[in-house]
Write a protein that binds this ligand. Structure first.
Ligand SMILES: Cc1cc2nc3c(=O)[nH]c(=O)nc-3n(C[C@H](O)[C@H](O)[C@H](O)COP(=O)(O)O)c2cc1C
Length: 352
C-alpha cells in the first residue's frame, strides 16, 4: 500500500501546533507499530496536552493470547512510537505506564511540557516508523556489526527489557525445533487455526488490519536452522512470489530472545517498547527482523525456553535479525478511526 509521509503539524507562526493536530500527528505515527497478527489492539484519547493509549480488548486474541500478553507488547510498541513522534517535534514526553490500577486497559498517559531538540538518532529512528516491515523468511549470510548488537542490547535495557543473542549453536537449533513444534501444535488446533484465519484476509480484501497476502511469501523457503513461519495462507496458496528459482536454505540470521525479569502487564508493555526501539534501530542500519511468537503461545514450550534456553527471565519474543531485500507490504487502520477526544467523540484531524 502507499505509505503516506508523516507530516509535521503546521506551527502557526511562533505558536505551537494545536493540541488536536499534534495528537493526530502522534497517532498517525503510532499506528505503524508492529502488533500480533496486525490486530492493532489500541485506541487513543486526547485531552489538551495529554494523550492516553488504551488497549482494545475487542482486538485481543482469545485463543492465542488469553492473558493479553501479546496485546500489551503490541501496545508497548505503539507507546514507544508515540513517544518518538513527540521527540521528532522536540517535545520531551512524560510517560506514566499503567497509571490507574482500576483501568487495566489504560496502557499509558503521555504528556509534554518541555522542549529539547531531537537528536539525529531520534530523527533517524522516526524516519523508519512507516517504512519498517516484518520480514518472513531467511537472510543473507552476512554477519551483523557487533556495534549494532551492542546498541540493540543497550536500548532494550533502557526500556526495562533484555535482548540477548542466542549464540550457542545447540541453543539456536533447540529454539528452532521448539518453534517448529509449536507451529505444528498450533496448526493442529482448530480453534487456533480459525482465529489466525480471521486475521489473514484473502487477496483483494480492503481490510486495514490483519496480515495481508502481500506481507508473506507464498512458498516460505527454509532457513538454517529452520524457523517455521505462521500459516497465514491456510492452504490457499496466497502470498508473494518467492525470490529466484532454486534458492536453497538461507541463513536464519542472528537469533535473539527478548526477555523481561517479571511477567506482569508492565513487563509486557516494556517488552513492546524495547521491541519497537530494536526494530527501528535495526532498520536505520538496513537490518530487518523476523518475529516468532508461536512457542511463547504454548505454556510448556515457553517454560522450556525460559528455563533451558534462557537465564530464567521471561521470554516475550523470539527475533531473527539480518539483511535482506524486503518486498513485504502491510496495512493500517486510519489514524482518525482510533483517535477520540477524551469525551468520546472522534477528533477532527483531516483525512487519513
Ligand atoms: C507481540 C507480537 C508477536 C508477533 N508474532 C509474529 C509471529 O509469530 N510471526 C510473524 O510472522 N509475525 C509476528 N509478528 C509481526 C506482526 O505480524 C506484524 O507486526 C504485523 O503484521 C504488522 O506488520 P509490519 O510489522 O510489517 O508493519 C508479531 C508482532 C508482535 C508485536
Amino acid at each position: 500500500m502507499d505509505i503516506p509521509p508523516l507530516r509535521a503539524p503546521r506551527a502557526a507562526g511562533p505558536e505551537p501546533p494545536a493540541a488536536a493536530e499534534l495528537a493526530g500527528y502522534v497517532v498517525a505515527a503510532a499506528v505503524w507499530a508492529p502488533s500480533v497478527h496486525n490486530s492493532q489492539p489500541w485506541w487513543f484519547s486526547a485531552d489538551g496536552q495529554e494523550i492516553s493509549l488504551h488497549a482494545d480488548a475487542g482486538r485481543q486474541l482469545p485463543v492465542a493470547d488469553p492473558r493479553g500478553r501479546e496485546m500489551m507488547i503490541s501496545c508497548g510498541a505503539a507507546l514507544f512510537t508515540a513517544r518518538l513522534a513527540l521527540r521528532s517535534l522536540g517535545y520531551v514526553p512524560e510517560t506514566s505506564v499503567l497509571p490507574d490500577p482500576a483501568q487495566p486497559l489504560l496502557v499509558a498517559r503521555v504528556s509534554w511540557r518541555q522542549q529539547v531538540a531531537a537528536t539525529g538518532y531520534e530523527q533517524r529512528l522516526f524516519h523508519q516508523v512507516p517504512l519498517r516491515r516484518t520480514h518472513r523468511g531467511g537472510f543473507d549470510p552476512l554477519p551483523l556489526a557487533p556495534e549494532l548488537l551492542t546498541a540493540l542490547a543497550d536500548g532494550a535495557r533502557r526500556d526495562g527489557a533484555t535482548l540477548r543473542v542466542v549464540g550457542d549453536e545447540g541453543h539456536r537449533a533447540a529454539l528452532a525445533a521448539v518453534t517448529e513444534t509449536a507451529e505444528h501444535a498450533l496448526r493442529a488446533d482448530s480453534m487456533y487455526a480459525r482465529e489466525l484465519a480471521s486475521w489473514a484476509p484473502a487477496p483483494g480484501s480492503t481490510r486495514r488490519d490483519g496480515v495481508p497476502h502481500t506481507a508473506y511469501p507464498a512458498q516460505p523457503g527454509r532457513t538454517l536452522p529452520h524457523f517455521a513461519g505462521r500459516d497465514f495462507a491456510h492452504g490457499h496458496g496466497w502470498g508473494t512470489a518467492r525470490p529466484g528459482p532454486g534458492a536453497g536454505p538461507r541463513s536464519a540470521g542472528v537469533v535473539c530472545l527478548l526477555t523481561t525479569a517479571g511477567d506482569r502487564p508492565v513487563d509486557w508493555v516494556n517488552a513492546g517498547q524495547a521491541l519497537q526501539r530494536a526494530l527501528l534501530t535495526g532498520a536505520t542500519c538496513g537490518v530487518a527482523a523476523a518475529l516468532h511468537s508461536q512457542p511463547l503461545e504454548r505454556a510448556r514450550l515457553r517454560e522450556f525456553i525460559r528455563t533451558e534456553l534462557g537465564d530464567g527471565s521471561f521470554p516475550q519474543l523470539v527475533l531473527r535479525l539480518g539483511t535482506v531485500i524486503q518486498t513485504a507490504a502491510s496495512v493500517r487502520r486510519r489514524p482518525a478511526s482510533v483517535l477520540f477526544a477524551s469525551g468520546g467523540e472522534h477528533l477532527s484531524i483531516g483525512p487519513g
